[in-house]
Design a protein around this ligand. Structure first.
Ligand SMILES: CC/C=C\C/C=C\C[C@@H](O)/C=C/C=C/C=C\[C@@H](O)CCCC(=O)O
Ligand SMILES: [Zn+2]
Length: 618
């Protein structure tokens, strides 16, 4: 008997929005750095959709629920149960309701979080840039908001929120919302911060960060926030943000979120960026010093339309978030840096997709665009497939249906039709077919091949390779060079390359490992590969060395994989080391020694990788 789909629309949520739907959360929490918990209450505004509804079902995870009352009636506590999880990603909070006399309900839930909350990472001062203050930040996507707030933790439900957060007075609180009034000094050395998010969002976009933070203005509606020690670097790196924002509006239509701030987090943040509305969370691994990695900012800005304004019904349609966002990210970069750059990025993305398909397996159902997540933890389903296969599908559609101008008009109609709603792939398909009605070419689309077939796309668009050519030529010269012959390589070989082309050069070599260590030694001597600060280059170079069984760089690879916690970098480095018999034990020891400093999602995935690579390394 398979694990049941937990609720009608979302295999990952117990909630019952088809009966009673939550439209607003009024959050009141106190942040306790000593016990590493949040405590307080939330008042949920909910509307009864079914007259026979007798229970409100919410998602919860490791929350300690103390008391639940209805419609400000503080005396009558409601009965509730918290069921043992059917699966490992959360519990079912069932609230018994009295006979309902009105369709609008106000439920006050008093509770506190647990130190094991999977959404929160609590840092001691040593894990921060300043080393003086503790820090806490959240990562709710896909289904961890339930470990901060009892809620309908499904993207199929969108609601507004306001929040009052109290902290020790030396700290600053930021949330995925706009500040609704000046912070207020409270009693006992506390300070309260007040927020409002008036655009309805799914629970996974609730976000909070508390630390020793300051900001710099980088545009008319943008500030960058970070610890004081890195604010000047952050201000320089992200100075072009408003250009990306204006370009995105030109493509997608009005930006509805009022402000676009960014928070550069401590190194343990597990993702390149997270599109929390009003406040994109960013990894410090983007601080290359030459703005060469800011395409992630274009990606997170694009989410302001794809994922945040038009959301998904559940994570089986994650590609509608990420494929669309990657497609628009590259359109933004195409407008700013030229169409050839857009195509060059797409070519690089295809290699990432090939890596994912090789790692997951070409028949793995998780490499389909639309996936079945019944009984599957979404954190186990994450890969570049929804990003790059989704992007490739949309690029194919744009070329098939009349080109960029026409397709961008379609995109704006899609955003306008579905704004503030949650959609699935059928909604997208139906809208595309009705928008392009009469267009003969639409009949050529093999929907089953694109949406429901695993592996690489059956069609790859013809991309402009002009920016990739020099990278490919040099990589092939290294691969084809017979070491018995005199080489013609020189320290000038990479001088004309922009950082993204050096990244492409090492990405091409990575597809050809193992490479003789003698060649890598010469490459290091000529190009000083180990001196690159750009983490996309450094990450691929270290993988080339490990996969070629060059022992000397292993120590710097382990340092790279533990001084920051970005899953995109850390997992492949550790997976390569777990798979190399000679380094497996050392890598497992290093992981175990550092996992207390890693975010839940990273530890969860690395534990899986240790199990899954066991066979390969023996
Ligand atoms: C088919 C997949 C279904 C569900 C997966 C959904 C979420 C997975 C969870 O692990 C959260 C992912 C959050 C990603 C956030 C930002 C990424 O776009 C960053 C990509 C990698 C990087 O640049 O670090
Ligand atoms: Zn994204």
């Amino acid at each position: 008997m398979g694990i049941p789909r937990l609720s009608l629309n979302d295999p990952g949520s117990y909630s019952n929005p088809d009966e009673i739907i939550v439209s607003h959360m009024d959050i009141h929490l106190d942040v306790d750095f000593v016990h590493k918990i949040f405590s307080g209450y939330v008042i949920l505004t909910a509307y009864v959709k079914s007259k026979t509804a007798q229970q409100l079902v919410l998602d919860s995870r490791s929350l300690h629920i103390k008391r639940i009352t209805l419609n400000q009636n503080e005396t009558d506590e409601l009965l509730f149960t918290v069921d043992e999880p059917v699966h490992t990603f959360g519990s079912k909070l069932t609230i018994q309701l009295p006979k309902l006399t009105s369709e609008k309900l106000l439920l006050k839930i008093e509770y506190q979080t647990d130190v094991s909350s999977t959404a929160l990472q609590w840092l001691v001062p040593e894990q921060t840039a300043g080393g003086k203050y503790p820090y806490v930040f959240s990562q709710c996507q896909p289904d961890h908001c339930r470990s901060i707030i009892p809620c309908q933790d499904t993207p199929g439900v969108k609601g507004t929120y306001n929040a009052t957060i109290t902290v020790p007075e030396d700290f600053t609180v930021l949330m995925s919302a706009v500040s609704s009034r000046e912070p207020k000094v409270e009693k006992q050395g506390k300070k309260s911060f007040h927020f409002n998010q008036s655009v309805p969002i799914p629970a996974y976009l609730v976000a909070i960060a508390v630390g020793n933070l300051e900001s710099r203005k980088i545009g008319p509606r943008s500030k960058v926030w970070s610890e004081p020690e890195i604010i000047t670097k952050a201000e320089y790196e992200f100075a072009e943000t408003d250009l990306f924002l204006k370009t995105a509006e030109d493509i997608c239509g009005p930006y509805v979120w009022k402000i676009y701030d960014m928070l550069v987090l401590p190194p343990s943040f597990p993702f390149g960026g997270m599109e929390n509305p009003c406040l994109t969370f960013i990894t410090p691994t983007l601080l290359a010093g030459d703005r060469s990695l800011v395409s992630v900012v274009a990606h997170e800005i694009a989410h302001s339309w794809t994922g945040n304004l038009v959301s998904i019904k559940n994570f089986e349609h994650f590609w509608l978030n990420e494929g669309f966002t990657t497609f628009i990210e590259r359109k933004i970069n195409g407008r700013v840096k030229g169409e050839a750059y857009r195509h060059f990025s797409a070519i690089g993305g295809l290699k990432d997709l090939q890596q994912s398909v090789e790692t997951l397996g070409k028949d793995n159902p998780l490499t389909k665009l639309v996936v079945d997540l019944t009984g599957v933890d979404p954190d186990d389903a994450f890969s570049t497939a929804p990003y790059e296969k989704g992007h490739t599908f949309l690029f194919y559609l744009e070329q098939l249906l009349g080109g960029a101008e026409k397709f961008e008009q379609f995109l704006r109609s899609y955003f306008n039709k579905f704004k503030n709603q949650s959609v699935d792939t059928d909604d997208f398909k139906t809208h595309l077919q009705s928008y392009f009605v009469g267009e003969e070419k639409i009949k050529e689309i093999d929907w089953n091949a694109w949406l429901h077939t695993p592996g690489m796309p059956h069609i790859i668009p013809k991309y402009d390779t002009s920016l990739q050519e020099p990278c490919k030529l040099l990589a092939n010269r290294w691969i084809d060079w017979k070491e018995s012959e005199t080489h013609t390589f020189g320290s000038e070989d990479l001088k004309s390359f922009m950082p993204e082309q050096v990244e492409e050069f090492v990405a091409l070599l990575l597809q050809k490992t193992p490479i003789p260590v003698s060649k890598l030694l010469l490459m290091e001597n000529l190009y000083q590969m180990n001196s690159y600060k750009n983490n996309e280059i450094r990450f691929r170079w270290l993988r080339i060395c490990i996969q070629s069984h060059w022992r000397e760089p292993v120590e710097s690879a382990l340092k790279f994989a533990t001084e920051q916690g970005r899953m995109k970098y850390v997992r492949p480095i550790f997976r390569d080391l777990f798979s190399w018999k000679e380094t497996r034990e050392e890598a497992i020891e290093k992981f175990n020694a550092n996992k207390s400093k890693m975010m839940h999602v990273l530890v969860h995935n690395l534990n899986n990788d240790i199990k899954n690579t066991a066979e390969k390394s023996t």
